[in-house]
Design a binder for this molecule. Structure first.
Ligand code: DQA
Length: 147
């Protein structure tokens, strides 16, 4: 049995659907979680889908994923742009890591154009809304299948 893909979401993503819908869309995080579980299932995989407003939780979950996950998808939200500690935990992961952003940070404010997390990411998907999570799952499914 393949270990679950951890899908980790950072601060304020619990407000998806209500928060700046013109930027982040109207899909709620609960709905993204359901779509992610369904897509993973279609590949014979599972997800462990979580959200936190705490940097400490995110670091703890990345550390937990070292043993318990097959791969990680992370939207560290605002912490992407500020947290060396999240980057350090991501570097220690030793597994495929896909960074996802719903919006396209490069088309937004200057301070969103750098992500610490990207330095440890296998790949980055941004600007494709909730679909980005699903593309990340499709990619990981192929990767985890092996040659
Ligand atoms: C975000 C982009 C970040 O810049 C922002 O702080 C977020 C959400 C996204 O998914 O588009 O909270 O990660």
């Amino acid at each position: 049995m393949v270990k679950p893909i951890y899908v980790l979401n950072g601060p304020n993503l619990n407000l998806l659907g209500e928060r700046e819908p013109e930027v982040y869309g109207r899909t709620t995080l609960g709905e993204i979680g359901e779509m992610a579980a369904e897509r993973a299932k279609s590949h014979g995989l599972s997800v462990e889908f979580r959200q936190t407003n705490s940097e400490a939780d995110l670091i703890g979950w990345l550390q937990e994923a070292r043993q318990k996950a097959s791969a990680v998808i992370i939207n560290a939200a605002g912490l992407s742009h500020t947290s060396v500690a999240v980057l350090d935990a991501a570097r220690a992961l030793g597994k495929p890591l896909i960074e996802v952003h719903l919006s396209n940070p490069y088309a937004r404010e200057e301070y969103r154009r750098h992500s610490f997390v990207s330095e440890a990411a296998t790949g980055v998907i941004c600007g494709l809304g909730a679909e980005g999570y699903l593309f990340a799952i499709d990619h990981l499914a192929r990767l985890l299948e092996g040659p």
